[in-house]
Write a protein that binds this ligand. Structure first.
Ligand SMILES: Cc1cc2nc3c(=O)[nH]c(=O)nc-3n(C[C@H](O)[C@H](O)[C@H](O)COP(=O)(O)OP(=O)(O)OC[C@H]3O[C@@H](n4cnc5c(N)ncnc54)[C@H](O)[C@@H]3O)c2cc1C
Length: 484
């Protein structure tokens, strides 16, 4: 079936915009979640929104599933292709269409990288606030789909707080706008509904983002502690004092060791944990809050505190944190990047319990995370040449998510559900909740062709009537799916 679509796709995207060679298709077989792989049936590389719409119309007409892909840095398998489907890659849609300092807005195409927006806005005195650690590579379209966060989301908010309009191609191939760029359009907040929908409601082809004024002053504190627990006490004290730093990040001893080996960040030797606390804003506020944070860290038992104001010195402090995920690859080739959330007040006990799980299983876990948001990123290290070790790591990783749920947290803070965590959705949401979400999905995608098999635990069909289920789901009854 998929071969029959090739002539139409070539007509739309040009010969060089269609990938059919099996070896080339494998380039796209996974995102950052490399444990899930599937070579796409076909890849297209459109250059315009109209081409995306035409591609989707062909797929919809033929009943062929399609998946959007930005830069493929997602960590939950959201851009995992379908072997029987078309992968629509936005990497050729990289125009920054407008930077408008007067309205503090920029209009960008979905393949533009996150950092490129700030780079383009800087000469006007502005930046784009959401800053995932992958920002040099990841696309704004991917950020919209995942509602991506980053180190500075504690104060500045997530993608959803910085997007005011979206041009999308609906799953039936219609090109339309959601939101008008003001952020105050009347009617349902469809921009809000679309952001974080993980590519299941359509394909973004233009994005209107808010630009933020570059702050007058920025300071960065690096505070060392003997334990992550002591660092956690400092985090609670800072937030409890009513201070909202731009970022509060924590790294434990194992992730510090990895970062040191990778980028020689020279964090204090022998530290059991470090906190990176960045403060930004008007100079007088920043000076006052920096002094207060310093005092609170000292009270929580910090063994050493360094302060950087100069951008180059701040970059050295951040180098360790920003490189941490990749750096862990130097001490162990395979690891799972977990993403869960707990209430900030529970950071200490949850970290203790993760350490206990790690000790009991004999599996090393490095912790590097957005402490201010309670957004944990435990990195579970394992030997992927051993199926038993792989399974044990996955079990431990799942146990960490159970822990997050049991403390009233969430199975994902910013990396999304994708294929990786769909099985955990029923642990957080009732069947009625999931059915209600399905109503929204089906309103956008009645044919169920847009990134199917992601986010939801079972392939519920749009024809099913949501509401109280009578008896087991037909797929459960036939043994094809499992209810957890
Ligand atoms: C080292 C590293 C660090 C990271 N740090 C962070 C972090 O700090 N914070 C954070 O939030 N995430 C982080 N991530 C995760 C990842 O970078 C983000 O989820 C990012 O937004 C994905 O963007 P992408 O362009 O790579 O999207 P992809 O991986 O290509 O796709 C992600 C999802 O978006 C959908 N999608 C892509 N483009 C479109 C489109 N145009 N329209 C509709 N749907 C689309 C895909 O179908 C898929 O479901 C990190 C990843 C890595 C590898």
């Amino acid at each position: 079936m998929i071969e029959q679509l090739i002539p139409a796709m070539v007509e739309i995207c040009g010969q060089d915009g269609v990938v059919t060679d099996p070896a080339d298709l494998r380039t796209y077989e996974c995102d950052g979640l490399t444990s899930h792989r599937a070579a796409p049936g076909l890849v297209v590389l459109p250059r315009t929104a109209e081409q995306v719409a035409a591609v989707v119309r062909v797929c919809a007409g033929a009943g062929v599933p399609f998946v959007a892909r930005g830069s493929g840095t997602g960590l939950s398998g959201g851009a995992l292709p379908r072997t029987d489907g078309v992968l629509i890659v936005t990497s050729r849609m990289r125009r920054i269409i407008a930077i408008d300092p007067d309205s503090q807005r920029a209009i960008v195409e979905p393949g533009v990288t996150n950092l490129a927006v700030s780079t383009a806005a800087r000469p006007f005195g502005y930046f784009y606030a959401p800053d995932p650690s992958s920002q040099q590579v990841c696309s704004v379209g991917g950020n919209v789909a995942e509602n991506s966060g980053g180190a500075h989301c504690l104060k500045h908010g997530f993608t959803v707080h910085h997007v005011t309009g979206l041009e999308i191609v609906t799953p039936t191939g219609e090109l339309t706008w959601l939101g008008d760029g003001t952020g105050a359009a009347p009617g349902y907040d469809l921009v809000g509904a679309f952001i974080g929908s993980e590519g299941t409601l359509g394909i973004v082809t233009k994005i209107i983002v808010k630009l933020s004024k570059i702050p007058q002053m920025v300071t960065c504190l690096l505070a060392a502690f003997e334990t992550t627990g002591a660092g956690g006490v400092a985090v609670s004290a800072i937030i409890g004092a009513g201070i909202v730093p731009a970022a509060i990040e924590m790294m434990d001893a194992l992730s510090i060791e990895a970062a040191e080996a990778a980028v020689a960040c020279h964090y204090p030797q022998g530290a059991g944990a470090v906190l990176i606390v960045e403060l930004d804003g008007p100079e007088s506020d920043v000076r006052r809050d920096t002094a207060a944070v310093r005092a609170l860290c000292e009270q929580a038992g910090s063994t050493e505190i360094r302060e950087a104001v100069d951008p180059a010195e701040r970059a050295v402090i951040w180098a360790g944190r920003k490189s941490a995920f990749a750096a862990v690859g130097r001490i162990c080739a395979a690891y799972i990047v977990q993403d869960g959330v707990v209430p900030r007040s529970a950071l200490g006990p949850v970290l203790d319990e993760i350490a206990k799980l790690s000790a009991e299983s004999g599996i090393r876990v490095a912790n590097v995370f957005h402490a201010g948001d309670g957004n944990l990123h435990p990195l579970v290290l394992y030997d992927d040449s051993s199926p038993e070790a792989t399974e044990a790591a996955e079990e431990l990783s799942g146990a960490i998510l159970d822990l997050c749920i049991s403390y009233g947290g969430s199975i994902t803070g910013e990396h999304g559900v994708g294929v990786d965590k769909s099985r955990y959705m029923p642990k957080m949401f009732s069947a009625d909740d999931l059915d209600t979400m399905q109503l929204l999905r089906c309103a956008f995608d009645p044919g169920g062709l847009c990134n199917p098999g992601k986010v939801f635990p079972t392939p519920r069909l749009c024809g099913e009537v949501p509401g109280m289920r009578r008896g087991p789901h037909p797929l459960v009854a036939s043994g094809q799916a499992e209810q957890f």
